[in-house]
Ligand binder design. Structure first.
Ligand code: GRF
Length: 206
């Protein structure tokens, strides 16, 4: 007998290209055999106008818009209603309330468009990250997937991938190259964690 697919719930605030990579890279959410190892069962956003929600609707994945992203009880209820095995923050810009972090310890991951701990922390998101990377004169940036803990961008790192910075890079060209790597890495990490049974202690991948 094959396992039921792991239930992945994705939190989003923006356009959702990483959500799209998960929708494309994991199995479809229907229950006909052969069952995929994991599928996206619910997409939650703090913004009703997040483009990511439309991507979910296109493939008939349920969506939920939070009334108050700081309300731990509301988010917990949504995650529990979705029977989330693993929660993925894919461009989610709100702080996850500590009670939710504690409840989903090592079952909640985030993707960040730089090599943490560099260029992370409060306010470091989107274009600002790439502007700061370029301003620093660094020659390499990258992507980090890490567990969510109580501090912004500080949870244990699962995996990192380097992306070279080219001499004529702008924040936009760099963001596009980094994003392409994000789209490869995020489904890979989800599938790898699922394959290992979503261990309740941190996993470090090479
Ligand atoms: C990505 O760069 C991700 O690393 C960061 O927010 C961005 C989201 O982009 N956390 P998208 O909404 O997935 O297109």
């Amino acid at each position: 007998m094959s396992h039921a697919p792991a239930r992945i719930v994705v939190l989003v605030s923006g356009g959702g290209t990483n959500l799209q990579a998960l929708l494309d890279g994991l199995g479809p959410a229907e229950m006909a055999p052969p069952l995929p190892p994991a599928c996206v069962v619910l997409v939650i956003s703090n913004r009703a106008d997040a483009g990511a929600l439309e991507r979910a609707r296109q493939v008939h994945v349920p969506t939920y818009v939070l009334r108050d992203p700081a309300d731990a009880a509301e988010l917990l209820r949504a995650l529990e209603d979705g029977r989330a095995d693993l929660v993925v923050l894919a461009g989610y810009l709100k702080r996850v309330p500590p009670a939710v972090v504690a409840r989903f310890r090592y079952r909640m991951i985030n993707i960040h468009p730089a090599l943490l701990p560099a260029f992370g922390g409060p306010g470091m998101y989107g274009r600002r990250v790439h502007d700061a990377v370029l301003a620093s004169g660094a020659t390499t940036t990258g992507v980090t997937v890490h567990y969510v803990n109580e501090e912004y961008d500080r949870g244990p790192i699962i995996v990192q991938r380097a992306v070279p910075i080219l001499a004529n890079d702008t924040a936009d060209t760099l963001a596009a190259r980094v994003l392409a790597v994000e789209h490869q890495l995020l489904p890979m990490v989800v599938l790898e964690l699922v394959k290992r049974g979503i261990p309740d202690e941190p996993v470090r991948l090479l």
